[in-house]
Write a protein that binds this ligand. Structure first.
Ligand code: GCO
Ligand code: MN
Ligand code: MN
Length: 389
């Protein structure tokens, strides 16, 4: 095993406590693995070489814990982090598990539920800040409907906006400087979830009072569930300075939310994603929001976690190879040459450019006849990935 695929802190690999902590329960079957305490999970993640971990409030503190229990758990958890050197870059709130949230949290019709959701989130933000989190994720787990008879789509957006505006002010008032990252998902566990894609979230963010504080947390599986190209969503978020965090996993299109090991299904998509993140120098966590197959025991969970990180690092190496490959770069250079020296007419508008462009004649047929070599380019990409270049 080559050492270059060993995870190191500089790679910023993180896992949710709920990911390696998953006991393998699903709608059809009971848990298959024993629940581990947060402290045990810290040690498991340290053993496999992760840099950090993230949690929902109730992954760490049971919802009915007394203040004394809370303090003890926080103390033990901090000690485990100190011992292992693991950090907590992101935290979030569980606003989906308890029956009180069966019809959503911030978008519930019931003002008491909306108020409770705000209270729970402020407490969870305090908890995240106490552990030094810099990013706070909002996944609207049950912000949605089964029937549109139940809630107004417009009113729900207003309620969600109102809650985020409130919490942005709270973040400012407490001096936490957290960045908020909104995570989109098209459906599951609700029939339809509001703001189903990263693009929808990016549009919504611009309507917030403190839009500068709010970005996105795109998840591979969630865009792929919608049949979308994940890397394109990530590129759009990056382009507008909103890629605050991201959830890596994998998923076959059109299925339930599978949360598979990173790279295990759509290898080529995973490759272009890693290449994008590395090429632009994305500075944030490489967070895995996935879990081991239900067939696995503890060793399988470790193999799953190691596999996520190892695949990322292998793909990172492949991206470097791809970038250095002479034939690939030759094709790209050829495709981008300005054969007819028209570049000066592009870019920022001027009346002269417009006039010159209108006066110019283009050989439409010749342009249309040009072969683009994308077949060769894609085959070369596959050969880089398959290790035969
Ligand atoms: C899911 C989501 C969650 C969130 C997590 C953090 O489909 O269940 O991806 O795992 O990412 O709740 O907000
Ligand atoms: Mn998910
Ligand atoms: Mn997620």
């Amino acid at each position: 095993m080559s050492d270059q695929y060993q995870p190191k802190p500089e790679h910023k690999f993180t896992f949710g406590l709920w990911t390696v902590g998953s006991v393998g329960r699903d709608p059809f079957g009971a848990p298959v693995r024993k629940a581990k305490s947060p402290v045990e999970l810290v040690h498991l993640l340290a053993e496999v070489g992760a840099y950090g971990l993230n949690f929902h409030d109730n992954d760490l503190i049971p919802i009915d814990a007394t203040p004394v229990e809370r303090d003890r758990i926080v103390r033990d958890f901090k000690a485990a982090l100190k011992e292992t050197g693991l950090v907590v870059p992101m935290a979030t709130t569980n606003l989906f598990y308890e029956p009180v949230f069966k019809d959503g949290a911030f978008t519930s019709n019931d003002p008491s539920v909306r108020a409770y959701a705000l209270q729970k989130t402020m407490n969870a933000i305090d908890l995240g800040a106490e552990f030094g989190a810099q990013v706070y994720v909002f996944w609207g787990g049950r912000e949605g409907v089964e029937t549109d008879a139940s809630k107004s789509g417009l009113e729900s957006l207003k309620r969600f906006r109102e809650a985020l505006n409130f919490l942005c002010e709270y973040n400012l008032a407490q001096g936490y400087k957290l960045k908020f990252a909104l995570e989109a998902k098209p459906n599951e566990p609700r029939g339809d979830l509001y703001l189903p894609t990263t693009g929808a979230m990016l549009g919504f963010i611009e309507t917030l009072d403190h839009s500068e504080m709010v970005g996105v947390n795109p998840e591979v599986a969630h865009e792929q569930m919608s049949g979308l190209n994940f890397m394109h969503a990530v590129a759009q978020a990056w382009d507008v300075g909103k890629l605050f965090h991201l959830d890596l996993n994998d998923q076959a299109s059109g299925r339930y939310d599978q949360d598979f090991r990173f790279g295990s299904v759509n290898l080529k998509s995973a490759f272009f994603l890693v290449k994008f993140l590395e090429d632009v120098g994305y500075p944030g966590s490489r967070h895995f929001d996935a879990h081991a197959y239900r067939t696995e025991d503890e060793e399988g969970v470790k193999a799953f976690a190691r596999g996520c990180m190892r695949t990322y690092l292998i793909l990172k190496e492949k991206a470097e190879e791809w970038n250095k490959d002479q034939e690939i770069q030759g094709i790209l250079a050829e495709l981008n040459t300005d054969q007819e020296k028209v570049s000066p007419l592009l870019g920022v508008y001027s009346s002269e450019k417009a006039a010159k462009l209108k006066a110019r004649s283009f050989d439409r047929e010749a342009l249309g006849n040009r072969g683009l070599s994308y077949e060769r380019l894609d085959q070369l990409t596959l050969e880089v990935l398959l290790g035969v270049r």
